[in-house]
Design a protein. Structure first.
Lengths: 367, 264
């Protein structure tokens, strides 16, 4: 790389064979990287490597000018790394008061008692936890405990902050509140955030890396990766349906023959290979008259109409999945997100034939 | 209270029988005590010497168990190494070894013609009593602490390390405070075992009044000459043992203020 080493930029390239994880990540100073992926994708292993709790078989990681590890051979123990890890559970030391918990990092790194207390007070103020400074962790609610854990991690003044699903153990309302607080304290701080929630990535991260089966399958700026996914797993995480095909004047033609009208994110010459992300919440769904199946509409009812025309596609339901207050109707073609009442009215079940109507606004075409 | 599932009545009956099996001999002994002369019996110079020696050596042995046993438990619970099972079995050997055999083994190492060739000539002295007691009591501490360390897990220690705490800081500020109840109850169990030590002490340290004759040895000796004194002293030992067990039991609960206090 020609780029000069940034102050605290992070470089990681490592493999842990037993866990089948092999990753390469970079992160500039002050950026927040969200590592997204399903359970078991190896996200926590990556954090463990950076924190010094999981020893990879080989690889190298540097933070600023410091070598965290260069295996086989060099291995810096966790307490010398300046890398704080915050897990899903707050894991506050149960025998210490809230204040002593927050002061733990400064004390452990040798700060005098008074200075440690001062730093603890400052971080309790910034995380709005000062009110229960003298309580024991067992006397706190989940959200309070997690805020204290954030204060404790930041009071240690880490050069790199690792967050492992910090909100997933909290209920929705509390998670939103803690997320808001995190957004404030993460600004300008080099952070790796592991999550399976695209919302966390949107609100907290500058960049995302999507992991699957121990590999990073996609990486880049948050919005570009999540709104224009290149990998089905990424599309799944951001709730989109990903299709591949070639550019047509009004949209694209998929590899399996669907014609979709849609907007191109940037100019692409007709005939060039493209991807399209389809928003399931905009896809309309109707029952196909059982007497006359797909014959009338082989694949698309509006072949090469103007871009303003909705595409209509025959499909077969493959699965019905509740998703918040809606139902995700998966078909052999595209997914649709519809109210449960519609599913009942249309008597939808697996293998029901349906007609999907896809407005052009639901489709984004990109190279 | 949670729902109580029925326990077969015969189990309760057998359990009551078991309790009687333990309690009745003690009751019988208490009934044989010559209460009129109780105080003079237990206040004889040799008896007082024996009691004080017992308390002194047992306290030192408990200290020895803590100094050696805490690191042993930490290594067994936290450091994976080859042959760990074998090492644990050997460490726990004094639990199952007849104490006399333990005493002979100690003599074979520290004795005048022992392996150390008398370099550490402690046999038949007060330090020998402490060594014998530590030898038999050590497994109690290691066993209870290792179990507590394993069930406490390493998650808090990992957090402490990422907050910048050196391994020693983690041990003293996180690991040990979290298992403090087990440390205390293990120490009390060790103390009780040391207090009751007889066979290894007699073999390795002998029976010199005021030097190596602890309370159990004194009781055994008095039984030959003055059975009433032996019974009275036994009762003293029972009282001390009961007090120790009660404290040990209470310590487990009382040392967890962070568990006892519930959120308001």
């Amino acid at each position: 790389m020609a780029r000069p080493a940034a102050r605290m930029s992070l470089r990681l390239e490592a493999a842990a064979d037993a866990r089948d994880v092999a990753v390469s990540l970079t992160l500039e100073h002050g950026e927040t990287l969200a590592v997204l992926g399903p359970n078991g994708a190896g996200k926590s292993t990556v954090l463990g490597m950076l924190a010094g709790l999981v020893r990879p078989d080989r690889g190298r990681a540097t933070l600023g000018g410091d070598v965290l590890f260069d295996l086989p051979g060099r291995w810096q123990p966790p307490h010398l790394r300046g890398v704080a890890l915050l897990a899903q559970d707050a894991l506050l030391f149960p025998h210490l008061s809230v204040r002593a918990n927050v002061a733990f990092g400064p004390r452990a790194s040798g700060a005098p008692r008074a200075e440690a207390a001062e730093r603890a007070d400052e971080w309790m103020r910034r995380t709005a936890t000062a009110d229960f400074a003298h309580r024991r962790p067992a006397e706190l609610s989940g959200g309070q405990a997690q805020r204290v854990a954030i204060a404790r991690a930041l009071a240690a003044e880490p050069r790199l902050l690792l967050l492992d699903e910090p909100l997933s153990a909290l209920d929705v309302a509390v998670a939103a509140e803690v997320r808001g607080m995190l957004a404030g304290v993460l600004a300008g701080r080099t952070t790796v955030l592991v999550t399976h929630d695209a919302l966390d990535a949107y609100l907290l991260a500058d960049r995302v890396a999507v992991m699957h089966d121990g590999r990073v399958v996609e990486e880049g700026p948050t919005r570009r990766v999540l709104e224009r996914p290149r990998h089905p797993f990424t599309a799944e995480l951001s709730g989109l349906t990903l299709v591949r095909g070639v550019r047509t004047p009004g949209g694209m033609r998929t590899d399996d023959g669907m014609l979709l009208s849609g907007h191109a994110a940037e100019p692409v010459a007709p005939g060039a290979p493209v991807l399209a992300a389809v928003r399931p919440s905009a896809v309309r769904l109707a029952a196909t008259a059982t007497g006359a199946p797909d014959a009338a509409t082989p694949d698309a009812a509006t072949p090469d109409a103007a871009t303003a025309t909705a595409s209509s596609i025959a499909a077969t339901v493959t699965a019905l999945e509740p998703q918040a207050d809606l139902v995700r109707v998966r078909t052999d073609r595209l997914d649709a997100l519809v109210p449960p009442a519609d599913v009942a009215d249309l008597r939808l079940r697996v293998s029901s034939p349906v007609t999907l109507t896809v407005p052009p606004t639901a489709v984004t075409v990109y190279p | 209270m949670s729902l109580r599932l029925g326990v077969p009545r015969w189990v309760i009956a057998v359990a009551a029988l078991g309790a009687a099996f333990v309690v009745l001999p003690l009751v019988a002994m208490a009934l044989r005590v010559d209460w009129a002369h109780f105080l003079p019996l237990i206040a004889s110079p040799s008896a007082v010497d024996a009691l004080l020696l017992s308390l002194r050596t047992s306290l030192l042995a408990t200290l020895g168990c803590l100094v050696l046993g805490v690191p042993m438990a930490v290594v067994l619970a936290r450091v994976p190494f080859a042959g760990q099972r074998v090492v644990r079995a050997i460490v726990l050997l004094p639990l199952v070894l007849p104490p006399v055999v333990g005493g002979l083994a100690l003599l074979a190492l520290y004795g005048r013609r022992g392996l150390l060739d008398g370099a550490l000539n402690v046999a038949f002295s007060t330090p020998a009593v402490v060594i014998a007691q530590t030898f038999v009591a050590l497994p109690f501490l290691v066993l209870s602490l290792e179990g507590a360390l394993r069930s406490a897990g390493e998650r808090y220690e990992a957090v402490a390390a990422t907050l910048g705490a050196r391994p020693s800081t983690v041990l003293f500020r996180v690991t040990l405070p979290l298992v403090l109840p087990a440390v205390v109850s293990g120490a009390i169990l060790s103390f009780a075992r040391a207090l009751g030590e007889f066979g290894a002490t007699l073999t390795f340290a002998g029976s010199l009044q005021g030097v190596t004759r602890t309370l159990p040895l004194e009781i055994y000796l008095q039984r030959e000459t003055d059975p009433d004194a032996a019974v009275a002293l036994s009762l003293v030992l029972v009282a001390v043992a009961i007090a120790v067990v009660a404290v040990a039991h209470g310590a487990g609960e009382g040392l967890r203020p962070w568990r006892a206090r519930r959120p308001a």
